[in-house]
Structure formats: structure tokens, C-alpha cells
Design a protein around this ligand. Structure first.
Ligand SMILES: NC(=O)c1ccc[n+]([C@@H]2O[C@H](COP(=O)([O-])OP(=O)(O)OC[C@H]3O[C@@H](n4cnc5c(N)ncnc54)[C@H](O)[C@@H]3O)[C@@H](O)[C@H]2O)c1
Length: 266
């Protein structure tokens, strides 16, 4: 097996949930550029169609599909449609996120926490359940859970206090829970040649703009805590996702790749 050929994804089918989001698009493009047919899935169909069109215009294979992770029928319909239409589901990237429950503990409302968890916890579990039966039939598959530095370390609150923003408890809870889910799935499905890993990105340069964050002081603090002194750009997750989706990582499962410019090194 030639080393560089092991990274190729020609003929493979990948579903990316939240594929029209900021990191979702970076991940989709990485998989497309490695040769995969990418299903750009999410609850904002117009945005998924716009992203898929951008990728196809650049010569890649991408299709937009509607997915509402709060509804089991929608999740099952997507998995069934992809398997029937394209013959396999080789990679699932669980990237979609709800931030409805982004609150500090003493402001937390059960209804908003549960609305987030319906997507981030239950939705991720049901999506994985819907594709795993196809991966078992195929005798192979790769599942990649997009966690966060916020699953690896707790929030550095003085930074968020600089502009009164919140890094909520539910987000840290759900992102760290992904590591447990990753290990459980990896251990259960290893014998079926289904690998399950996670990626923990740092902040990206769109989420990291002053318009988005509203405070230069917060940006400066974030960068001062990041040895590489920059936010992630549109290329930084491409290599890691292609590595985990492809045969280049064929003996690797249950692991977490931290891609954060060193933010969590301290
Ligand atoms: N933004 C960052 O700096 C950052 C840092 C570390 C990790 N992450 C992680 O990366 C992933 C993407 O983050 P982002 O900031 O690019 O997100 P984003 O807000 O740009 O996109 C979120 C996506 O999730 C989709 N989504 C939300 N609810 C859904 C539902 N019910 N059904 C289907 N899709 C739904 C949206 O349509 C959207 O495409 C998340 O898992 C996030 O935790 C982001």
C-alpha cells in the first residue's frame, strides 16, 4: 500500500452533519479534495445547497441534504437515502452543534439545556446508530466526532468576562461527553472494522473575528494563550479529517486529535 494513496478517498461516501457551518464547510472541502463524495447535511437546507454548489463548481462531488437532528425520522431518512442512492456510507462526521443551552450554571434553564442535548447528545447518538448498520454490512467505516478544546479543558473564564460573553456549561459537558462516546463506540465496533475517533479544534478565525466576539481584548487573550498565536483557518482541519477518514489511520480508533495551535498545552 503506497503511503500517499492511503490518504485518498476516491469512491468513498462521507456524511458531514452541520456541513454548511463554519468548520463543517472546511471539513467537507477537505474530504472533497481527497476524492470523496460529500453529503452536506444540516437543518438549513439553503445553506447546505449553497455550500454543495460551491464545492461542485470547484470540480468536487458534493450533494446537499436536509437533516434535522432533533427528529429521529429525519436522521433515519437521511442515512437510508444516502445508502440507497450512493451504495455505501464510508465516513460520518458528527459536526453539527446546538448552542441553545449556552448558559452559566446559575442562569441555566432545563428547557434550553435539553434542547441543546437533543441535538448534541441524542441527535449524535441517533445519527451514529442510523449509519452503523450500513457500516456493519460493509465491514468497514470511520466515524469522526467533532469535539472542542472546551471538551479537553474547562473555560478560562477571565477571558470571557472581558466582554461579558458566556462559555456555557452544557457546551463543555457535551464536548467532553463526546470522548466517552468515542471510546465506547470504538471498543464496541472495533471488531467490525469500524473506527471511531474525535477531533478537538481550537477557535476558528471566523468565530474569532471582532464582529463575532465583540472584544479585541478577548481575541488578544485567546491568542496570548495559543502558542501559534493565531486562530484556525480554513485549511487547518482538512488534514486531520482526511487522515481519520482514510486508510492512513487504519489501525487507530478511540483517539482524540487536538488541533488547536497549542491552546491546551499549558
Ligand atoms: N467555532 C469554533 O471556534 C469551534 C471551536 C471548537 C470546536 N467547534 C466545533 O465544531 C463544530 C462546528 O462548529 P461551528 O462553529 O463551525 O458551527 P456553526 O454554528 O457554524 O454550525 C453549526 C451547524 O450545525 C447545524 N445544526 C444545528 N442544529 C441542527 C439540527 N437540529 N439538525 C441538523 N443540523 C443542525 C447548523 O445548520 C450548522 O450548519 C461543532 O461541533 C463545534 O462544537 C467549533
Amino acid at each position: 500500500m503506497n503511503t500517499m494513496d492511503m490518504f485518498r478517498l476516491d469512491g468513498k461516501v462521507a456524511i458531514v452533519t452541520g456541513g454548511s457551518g463554519v468548520y463543517g464547510q472546511h471539513l467537507c472541502l477537505g474530504l472533497c479534495e481527497a476524492g470523496a463524495l460529500v453529503i452536506v447535511a444540516g437543518n438549513e437546507l439553503d445553506a447546505c445547497e449553497a455550500a454543495a454548489e460551491k464545492f461542485t463548481k470547484a470540480g468536487h462531488k458534493a450533494v446537499a441534504m436536509h437533516l434535522d437532528l432533533s427528529k429521529e425520522e429525519s436522521i433515519n431518512a437521511l442515512a437510508n437515502q444516502v445508502a440507497e442512492q450512493y451504495g455505501s456510507i464510508d465516513t460520518l462526521v458528527n459536526c453539527a452543534v446546538s448552542r441553545a443551552g449556552n448558559q452559566n450554571l446559575e442562569d441555566a434553564e432545563a428547557e434550553l439545556w435539553e434542547a441543546s442535548e437533543r441535538i448534541n447528545g441524542t441527535g449524535t447518538m441517533l445519527m451514529t446508530k442510523a449509519v452503523i448498520k450500513y457500516m456493519r454490512k460493509q465491514g468497514k467505516g470511520s466515524i469522526i466526532n467533532i469535539s472542542s478544546i472546551m471538551g479537553v479543558v474547562g473555560p478560562y473564564f477571565p477571558m470571557y468576562e472581558q466582554n461579558g460573553s458566556v462559555s456555557g456549561l452544557e457546551y463543555t459537558y457535551t464536548k467532553s461527553a463526546m470522548f466517552g462516546m468515542t471510546k465506547w463506540l470504538a471498543n464496541f465496533y472495533g471488531k467490525y472494522n469500524i473506527r471511531v475517533n474525535s477531533i478537538s479544534p481550537g477557535g476558528n478565525n471566523i468565530a474569532g473575528t471582532k464582529d463575532e466576539i465583540g472584544s479585541q481584548a478577548l481575541i488578544d487573550t485567546y491568542l496570548s494563550l495559543t502558542p501559534m498565536n493565531r486562530f484556525a483557518d480554513e485549511h487547518d482541519l482538512k488534514g486531520p479529517v482526511v487522515f481519520l477518514a482514510s486508510d492512513a489511520s487504519r489501525y487507530m480508533t478511540g483517539q482524540n486529535l487536538i488541533v488547536d495551535g497549542g491552546y491546551t498545552n499549558w
